[in-house]
Design a protein around this ligand. Sequence first.
Ligand code: FES
Length: 79
Amino acid sequence: MAVTRCVCFQKTFCDVLAVARENGWSTAAEVSLNMRCGLGCGGCRPYLQAMLDTGATCFAVRVDDLPPKPCKPEPWDIQ
Ligand code: FES
């Protein structure tokens, strides 16, 4: 299973990235301030920043403190 969304606020990274690009946001803090993503459990914050930095919207689950790595979504990751 991949990380493709902010679970707390039920927003996919695809949707978040589109809004971020429209508004010129480049930091996870800007996304959080405007869309609330990242303000719940906080688990998506590193993924949000990686999304903004790389344009990827699907990431392998992190098992260390390194930046999240983009991955190819499985069929069940896409909704
Ligand atoms: S998953 Fe985004 S704040 Fe919890």
